[in-house]
Write a protein that binds this ligand. Structure first.
Ligand code: SIN
Length: 535
């Protein structure tokens, strides 16, 4: 079946839904999403969304904090634009129905603090900010007649004119995407004038992650295969504090808990962050995650502890109701107990390279949110800048895509080929998928994690090459399933991360390698750029 639409959006987090709401006033919109519409990384964001809303704060201070966290790699023009357009973008969210927490007398928004921020500037909805944003945007989308939502559909590949031999790679353009309906196993062709990747990050490439299962790097992998430039994939951010418990699936303990006074301790009670940074527990995230990793290695411990027991218990309960309740379910009362915590993969700072309007280098293809590399985060993202980036870029990309839509055509059924399964048969060996899935995630954690070495990266590269060959052979012989699509994407993303990590011969921000422990500014800061070479 061919589905024609003016705007095709792949993903349904803050970026995809915000874009959809704006584009829908100018054409038909189709949202393709792998699970039910509300399932996205946005939904799990706890801390909040950073912006300058207080008279005691300033754009310059937010810009400076973002640049310090970014360790010399932030693109200054992008940082300024995102910070300055932040307040207006957040007012749009409020107009769509997002309810942020207000102060006790209700006349101002309550602003919290997180690591690396020099001022209170994080708007939040209790400790479930993402859930509240997602609720409001989903409700607005569901009321909009111009938006069709395709749940349980997973994009397989972008359709480009180079791929269907309409033009050469240099004149490539995007015509839409193929997507598998997970429920009935049919592949549909989505023909679109504008295609938007808003598919989120790739935390699932690591064994331990606080990302939801949908974060398998699909957008980055599809864009790379289609010929788009990707950049800075070595910068995977590890969140310092996820709950250490066999059944907790790396449940996030928001940085806002440290923002409100929590202290990291070793098993023997020693508060260790002072040793690593003058901001102690509120140091930038890369430093806190590495400090925890180091303490665990030195003392042979499985975790460290987060202690907020000195704060009044009603304050903790009221400020962090979701974290409090979830920890109670695992047997920890955070008003009395130290919480056992470990770092886990959290946020991809690199991605599909875009300009200030969210355009990739394939005409007709935009990328917004975590899937995109904009230059905002540099080598390490400042806490709560990601929801902001997603919303600001959705707005800019929508304005640009609407203004230029008449330059692009929605192809009619029959003028672009439909999905061809060839001689593929049903697989009777799903074990190949689960074996490779587990193997990738484990060696990425062990060899391409918080602390890297040249040898570990070489080992990882050897393994991913073998696995890629096996997946390729398997992929073309068997009918596609969502597990196979995700595995192929995960393998591509793993390869891109390892390649970028090997190219960066220094330690900077989130990329730390024992073999090049210093930051190298001798030839100026550089992004790591990758583009697929077609034969
Ligand atoms: C958190 O609540 O700690 C996560 C916030 C973020 O990653 O920006």
């Amino acid at each position: 079946m061919v589905i024609q639409t003016d705007f095709l959006i792949i993903g349904s987090g803050i970026a995809g839904l915000s874009f959809a709401l704006q584009a829908a006033a100018h054409g038909t919109v189709a949202i393709v999403t792998k699970r039910e519409i509300a399932e996205s990384a946005t939904r799990y964001a706890q801390g909040g969304i950073a912006t300058v809303f207080s008279t005691e704060d300033s754009f310059d201070a937010h810009i400076e904090d973002t640049k310090i966290a970014g360790a010399g790699l932030c693109h200054e023009d992008v940082v300024r634009m995102v910070v300055e357009e932040g307040p207006q973008t957040i007012r749009d969210l409020i107009d769509w129905g997002v309810k942020f927490t207000t102060t006790t007398n209700g006349d101002e928004y309550d602003l919290t603090r997180e690591g690396g921020h020099s001022a209170r500037r994080i708007l939040h909805a209790e400790d479930i900010t993402g859930r509240e944003i997602e609720r409001a945007l989903v409700e607005a989308v569901q009321q909009n007649q111009n938006i069709s939502v395709y749940e349980y559909h997973i994009a397989i590949d972008l359709i480009t004119c180079a791929k269907i031999a309409r033009c050469n790679v240099e004149n490539n353009c995007c015509l839409g995407a193929f997507a598998l309906n997970i429920n009935d196993s049919m592949v549909h062709t989505f023909a679109a004038g504008t295609t938007v990747l808003a598919s989120g990050g790739a935390g699932k490439v690591y064994l331990y992650t606080c990302n939801p299962d949908v974060a398998s790097g699909d957008g980055v992998a599809m864009a790379y295969r289609a010929g788009a430039t990707v950049a800075n994939m070595e910068f995977m951010q590890f969140h310092p504090t996820t709950l250490f418990h066999p059944n907790a699936k790396s449940f996030l303990i928001s940085e806002a808990v440290r923002g409100e006074g929590a202290v990291l301790r070793r098993r023997d009670g020693v508060a260790f962050m002072e040793k690593y940074h003058h901001l102690k527990d509120l140091a930038p995230r890369d430093i806190v995650a590495r400090a925890i990793d180091n303490e665990m290695k030195i003392y042979g411990d499985d975790c460290v502890y987060l202690d907020i027991t000195h704060e009044p218990s009603d304050v903790v309960r009221n400020r962090f109701p979701n974290i409090f309740q979830t920890c109670m379910e695992y047997g920890f009362d955070m008003t009395k107990d130290w919480l056992p915590v470990v770092p886990a993969a959290h946020y991809l700072c690199g991605g599909v390279s875009v300009n200030m309007d969210g355009q990739t280098d394939i005409p007709g293809l935009y990328a917004i949110g975590e899937v995109a590399f904009t230059g905002l985060h540099g080598a390490n993202r400042l806490a709560s800048n990601s929801l902001l980036e997603g919303a600001v870029y959705a707005r800019r990309a929508a304005i640009h895509a609407i203004a230029t839509a008449s330059e692009r055509k929605v192809h009619a059924a029959g003028s672009i080929p439909e999905w061809d399964s060839g001689t593929a048969t049903n697989s009777d060996e799903m074990v190949v998928v689960s074996q490779n899935w587990d193997e990738i995630r484990r060696f990425m954690w062990n060899y391409v994690g918080i602390v890297r070495t040249t040898k570990r990266l070489e080992r990882a590269m050897r393994r991913i090459n073998l696995i890629q060959a096996e997946i390729d052979e398997y992929y073309w012989n068997f009918i596609v399933t969502s597990d196979l699509i995700e595995l192929r994407n995960l393998a591509t993303v793993a390869e891109l991360i390892i390649t970028c990590a090997q190219m960066r011969k220094e330690s900077r921000g989130l990329h730390y390698t024992i073999d090049y422990p210093e930051r190298d500014d001798s030839s100026g800061p550089k992004d790591t750029i990758l583009k697929k070479q077609f034969a």
